[in-house]
Design a protein around this ligand. Structure first.
Ligand code: CLF
Ligand code: SF4
Length: 491
């Protein structure tokens, strides 16, 4: 086990942003600047900044029961997709193509398709080449942590400021149910002994990174019946060791992905179970990430966008474009100069505090309600009450609009995904889906089309209170689907 480190007390967080106590090695004065354009480390940044992953790390040194090696690392990747493997040189070519097409690009991450540090040579060579061409891009990597203590100096030397460690347990008995084996010190280890080594290396690596001031995000896969309640202990342990952010992701375990858990029929958590755990973990001093999209190892674009196909190797030109420093500067200057959105008039406090609404928003980014209902492949979910609006997560859905026609099966997935929502904000919607939503007790709102999300939510809340006071509707607190059925009834 690593030498014991002092407990690091952390202050509570301000709205939407983590604040660390002075005692933390990560309480650097430039913390805001370090996270303000990282789409994963800052919830607000994910609406304006894009990341790209380069799939330069094919090998892995452990086996997770939620992973099938035919596909990418499931720690930061949706199972069932396979990324195009790149050499470090190809990764740089791709970075140049993406940077010239997407001025929002702020981070280059290495998240598989295996483990970044089980492929240390390729990972650090990529970082070195990217750093030379694009010194203003943040470098980010993701690892299971087994090889992490051996590479702390490399990480710091290459200016990698953000590292994700996937930590699913702090108890080897729990770990043995998740990891059948690891490869460490030239041989395979199995069961509880393997999990104990992995745990020790993960904690040691986390402490060493925190000590060096690197911002560490911990990813945890929530696996019902194995580590769901245990993740509260994990949350406490990683917080004490200096982790910056905790990202709790749902298990994805479709049988067709061929993972151990999928074949065993182990179920994924429901959206409600995931949120309840995130809320419990978010009660502590460390911020909880709720906007993760479980990206693929070659993901490109804003979180939630999938532009990987546009930048496949075969689609790159013969001549690499120059790194577009000026366009990137101009994009950031434009963001700063953008006028703040108009604020709605303040709602009456006494009534507003007690009414909390859950609202789904169709958005393509830029903080605006700018997507057609039928084109949405996910909705951002917000809670809004008298204190303001809070992002609480996103829900994936099938496109309702298939080749110009509404799709009934897709509508069923949308209704299932939004069943705890009072309203859905869209840029546009047809009569059929509007009626289906109404029948499910969900109000469709398109009057804020193209407007900013936050003031629109607060304006809607204000308007809702007015209708409530006038007896025009009945209000039901958010809860599970069946509770919501018929809750929004215009009188
Ligand atoms: Fe990539 Fe991960 Fe860096 Fe982000 S993703 S390596 S921290 S740049 Fe982000 Fe994607 Fe979730 Fe990962 S949304 S899967 S948390
Ligand atoms: Fe798969 Fe990633 Fe686990 Fe390795 S660390 S087995 S690639 S999920």
């Amino acid at each position: 086990m690593p030498a014991a480190t002092a407990y690091i007390p952390l202050d509570s967080f301000g709205p939407g942003r983590p604040v660390l106590s002075d005692a933390s090695p990560q309480a650097a004065p430039d913390l805001d600047a370090r996270v303000s354009d990282h789409p994963c480390y800052s919830e607000s940044a994910h609406r304006h900044f894009a990341r790209m992953h380069v799939a330069v790390a094919p090998a892995c040194n452990i086996q997770c029961n939620y992973c099938n090696r035919k596909f990418d690392c499931s720690n930061e990747s949706r199972p069932g997709v396979v990324s195009e493997r790149l050499t470090p040189e190809q990764a740089v070519r791709k970075m140049l193509a993406v940077a010239s097409a997407i001025p929002q690009l702020s981070v280059l991450g290495i998240a598989g398709p295996g483990d970044a540090l089980a492929n240390a040579e390729k990972t650090f060579r990529t970082c070195e080449l990217v750093r030379r061409q694009a010194p203003d891009l943040k470098l980010c990597l993701s690892t299971n942590g087994l090889a992490l203590p051996d590479h702390i100096d490399d990480i710091v030397r290459h200016g990698i400021d953000h590292v994700t460690i996937t930590i699913n347990m702090i108890d080897a008995e729990v770990g043995a149910q998740i990891y059948p084996w690891i490869f460490y010190d030239h041989r395979r280890h199995h069961g509880v002994a393997a999990a104990a080594i992995l745990h020790q290396r993960q904690m040691q690596g986390l402490e060493m990174l925190a000590e060096r001031g690197v911002l560490v995000k911990v990813n945890s896969v929530m696996i019902p019946g194995i580590n769901d309640t245990h993740l509260l202990d994990v949350n406490r342990a990683v917080r004490e060791r200096g982790a910056f952010l905790h990202n709790i992701m749902p298990l994805i375990s479709a049988p067709e992905h061929g993972t151990r858990f999928g074949l065993d029929g182990r179920r994924a958590p429901t959206a409600g179970e995931l949120k309840a755990l995130q809320d419990q973990c978010g009660d502590g001093a460390m911020q909880v990430m709720r906007h993760c999209r479980q990206c693929r190892a070659d993901a490109v674009g804003l979180l939630g966008e999938d532009r990987a196909a546009e930048f496949a190797l075969a689609a790159l030109g013969e001549i690499d474009p120059p790194y577009p420093r000026e366009a990137r500067r101009a994009y950031r200057a434009g963001l700063k100069a953008a006028a703040p959105a108009a604020q709605p008039s303040a709602p009456p406090v006494a009534l507003s505090e007690s009414v909390c609404l859950t609202v789904a928003v169709a958005t393509r980014g830029d903080d605006r309600i700018n997507q057609h209902f039928g084109h949405a492949s996910e909705f951002q979910i917000f809670e809004v009450d008298g204190a303001g609006a809070r992002f609480i997560g996103h829900r994936r859905v099938d496109h309702y609009c298939q080749g110009g026609y509404g799709e009934d099966d897709a509508m069923a997935t949308v209704l299932a995904a939004l069943n705890d929502c009072h309203a859905v904000f869209v840029a546009k919607i047809g009569n059929c889906p509007r009626e289906a939503l109404r029948a499910a007790g969900i109000e469709t709102v398109d009057r804020y089309a193209q407007q900013a999300i936050d003031p629109s939510l607060r304006d809607y809340h204000f308007d809702y209170l007015g209708r409530l006071a006038a007896g025009q509707l009945h209000h039901a607190a958010r809860g599970d689907a069946l509770l919501r059925q018929g809750a929004f009834v215009a009188v």
